[in-house]
Design a protein around this ligand. Structure first.
Ligand SMILES: *Cc1c(COP(=O)(O)O)cnc(C)c1O
Length: 360
């Protein structure tokens, strides 16, 4: 068996020990005689997995007691509608900060449920920066302010937490959740699809402050109503049980790595090696403002784009896959989430140097 270095933006690489444990437990989870996939979501075995996933996530992120953790379905794109359905009803208006493709999509979807104010946009820079908060035109009567903490496609990340005053801050953290410690108390709501940094697709994590529950628009589907899900411990409908199980193993793995502070150091070291090389090279380039560069998704372009296919083929031949940039922007992108080991970064940089030397 040979495992590749998988630079996919998502679904993405998972820690190998997690996959090994899942494989070992596939037919018989801890003496139950069943696979986790075969368990009733209301049986004691799965209930214990569910509770463990919740408590590990609370511990990793130091989630304050007045926040509920919901395990839902629908993904982050589903949340683009589910968030306004649940929150915009308080005042009918919401502020959106657009820093790339994902937050643009969020704003567009939200406009179907209320009045959306584009309080700031990085479109003028072709989405290569986070506009400084001093330039944001926030509405004090907004129901919430929405950001995307890491734009997965163009690699733009917030390295600071916006201050929305009394207005709740809502963040799509799909591609950088659990990559470093955050102060959950500064947010009203955080959501993230699992398949970048937490587990398989199918699970969507929502962390919501209690006082924001109970304002859903009347047409909100019950399965997507945060209050209904909260009252039912995320079991109003059948939750994505196997994805929750894998996520709980990933949370346990993160804890064993030393928690999020240790993971952050590792992520910073990994990203620095790649960005340092990109900055030294005249052959490759990354155009994101230095202070806003993503530690998770590193897009780069070859100076001569006619070499793109040869670059990707050479990478594939060396066991490095999924380096092609998003179809909307082209170029390359290395997604280097928590599960990407340092050896993967070193192998990529060594290959990039070799390719540069061969084509300069
Ligand atoms: C991947 C991603 C999404 C889309 O997630 P789906 O699971 O396809 O709904 C949305 N936002 C961000 C930031 C992402 O990285």
């Amino acid at each position: 068996m040979t495992r590749v270095f998988n630079f996919s933006s998502g679904p993405a690489a998972l820690p190998e020990p997690v996959l090994r444990q899942a494989a070992a437990e596939m037919l018989d989870w801890q003496g139950s005689g069943m696979s986790v996939m075969e368990m009733s979501h209301r049986g004691k075995e799965f209930m214990s997995i569910h509770a463990q996933a919740q408590s590990l996530l609370r511990e990793l992120l130091s989630i304050p007691p007045n926040y509920r953790v919901l395990f839902m379905q629908g993904g982050a794109i589903g949340e683009n509608a589910i968030v306004p359905m649940n929150l915009i009803g308080r005042t009918g208006r919401a502020d959106y900060i657009v820093t790339g493709d994902w937050s643009a999509k969020s704003a567009k979807e939200a406009a179907r449920y209320g009045k959306v104010n584009l309080a700031a946009s990085a479109e003028g820079s072709n989405y290569t920066e986070v506009p400084p908060q001093a330039t944001w035109k926030l509405d004090p009567g907004a129901s919430y302010v929405h950001i995307c903490s890491n734009e997965t496609i163009r690699g733009v990340e917030y390295h600071w937490t916006p201050d929305a005053g009394k207005v709740p801050l809502v963040a799509d953290m799909s591609s950088n959740i659990l990559s470093r410690p955050i102060d959950v108390g500064r947010y009203g709501l955080i959501y993230a699809g699992a398949q970048k940094n937490m587990g398989p697709s199918g699970l969507t994590v929502v962390i919501v402050r209690e006082d924001l529950l109970g304002h859903a628009l009347p047409a909100t589907p019950s399965a997507f109503n945060y209050q209904v899900q909260s009252e039912n411990d995320s079991m109003y409908n059948t939750p994505p049980t196997y994805a929750i199980y894998i996520a709980s193993l990933v949370f346990g793995w993160l804890k064993a790595q030393g928690g999020l502070a240790a993971i952050e150091r590792h992520n910073r070291d990994k990203a620095a090696i790649l960005y340092d090389y990109l900055d030294r090279s005249a052959f490759y380039r990354n155009t994101v403002a230095r202070e806003d560069r993503s530690l998770m998704n590193v897009p780069f372009r070859l100076k001569d784009e006619s070499l793109d296919d040869a670059f990707l083929q050479g990478a594939q031949a060396r066991g490095m896959v999924q380096l092609k940039g998003h179809r909307s922007v082209g170029g390359m992108r290395a997604s280097i989430y928590n599960a990407m080991p340092m050896e993967g970064i070193r192998a990529l940089v060594a290959y990039m140097e070799e390719f540069e030397a061969g084509h300069a």
